[in-house]
Design a protein around this ligand. Structure first.
Ligand code: NAD
Length: 261
């Protein structure tokens, strides 16, 4: 299956891993729907850059994925522009680090809404079109925290474990329709999401910045290296291919050996 002329939605693609996946898909010539927050001028520059790479249409949607009505509207626009999507990468996500007894209720709700429920809403919108054409690729960006836990990340770990369950369940429901549903489970990748959690981790664990990087983050990763965005994008691209048609319901670790321990 060539990506040229296919349509891909990548949520949370204005930064980090999502932006990397958008770039690698654009290089294959597919139409893209990008989404996420950020400075409008920067996003427009990114949109134009991706169009220059793909030679195809790149559409930006500003949906707040914590708001189901925004997701409905985004799919209305996608329906008008493209008729549906062939490939979806549920990538948008946030993190918050705090001991459970101090964990702000609003942060818990927000993390579950963005990191978990948004994927449910996106998936339920995209399945009818994929079923009708008997092809689809759904890739959920989970985390090593879909398979293992770390203290002070209760909402994130709960949401990511749930994403693993959602991935497996939907994979079973759509297996006979040429649709695969998988999750990628990366360890630490150096992105704004990781950088932003350093101060709260310093506070929660009474550590310095260097200690957080080496004794908390990279401690769990036997390779002692951050995973690169390109490694995640490469796996996502592989999963879209015809030769990946029997990989479904899998949680694919890219974690430098973290969860092998
Ligand atoms: P990032 O902060 O660089 O990017 C997150 C993206 O999500 C941004 O584009 C942001 O605008 C968007 N976003 C956030 N809230 C949103 C909302 N309400 N509606 C729409 N878009 C929203 O983070 P990242 O590190 O690239 O993370 C991407 C995904 O990868 C997340 O699901 C994260 O949990 C997962 N992940 C990251 C790492 C890591 O170490 N960076 C490791 C494992 C998993």
């Amino acid at each position: 299956m060539k990506l040229k002329d296919k349509i891909a939605l990548i949520t949370g693609s204005t930064s980090g891993i999502g932006a990397g996946i958008a770039e690698s898909f654009a290089k294959e010539g597919c139409h893209l729907v990008i989404n996420g927050f950020g400075n409008r001028e920067d996003i427009e520059k990114q949109r134009q850059y991706l169009e220059s790479l793909s030679g195809a249409t790149v559409m930006y949607e500003d949906a707040d994925l914590a708001v189901p009505e925004d997701i409905d509207k985004m799919f209305g626009h996608i329906q008008t522009q493209f008729g549906g999507v062939d490939m979806v990468v549920n990538n948008a996500g946030i993190q918050f680090v705090s001991p459970i007894e101090d964990f702000p209720v609003q942060k818990w709700d927000q993390i579950l809404a963005i990191n978990l429920s948004a994927s449910f809403h996106v998936i339920r919108h995209c399945i009818p079109y994929m079923k009708a054409q008997k092809f689809g690729r759904i890739i959920n960006i989970a985390s090593a925290h879909a398979l293992t836990a770390s203290p002070y990340k209760s909402a994130y770990v709960a949401a990511k474990h749930a994403i693993a369950g959602l991935t497996k369940t939907v994979a079973l429901e759509v297996a006979e329709f040429g649709i695969t549903v998988n999750a990628i489970a990366p360890a630490y990748v150096w992105t704004p999401l990781v950088e932003k959690q350093i101060p709260d981790t310093m506070k929660a664990r009474n550590l310095t910045r260097e200690q957080v990087i080496h004794e908390v983050m990279l401690k769990a990763q036997p390779t002692k290296k951050f995973v690169r965005i390109e490694e995640i994008a490469n796996m996502a691209l592989f999963l879209t291919g015809e030769l990946a048609c029997s990989i479904t319901g899998s949680i694919l670790s890219i974690d430098g050996g973290w969860t092998a321990q």
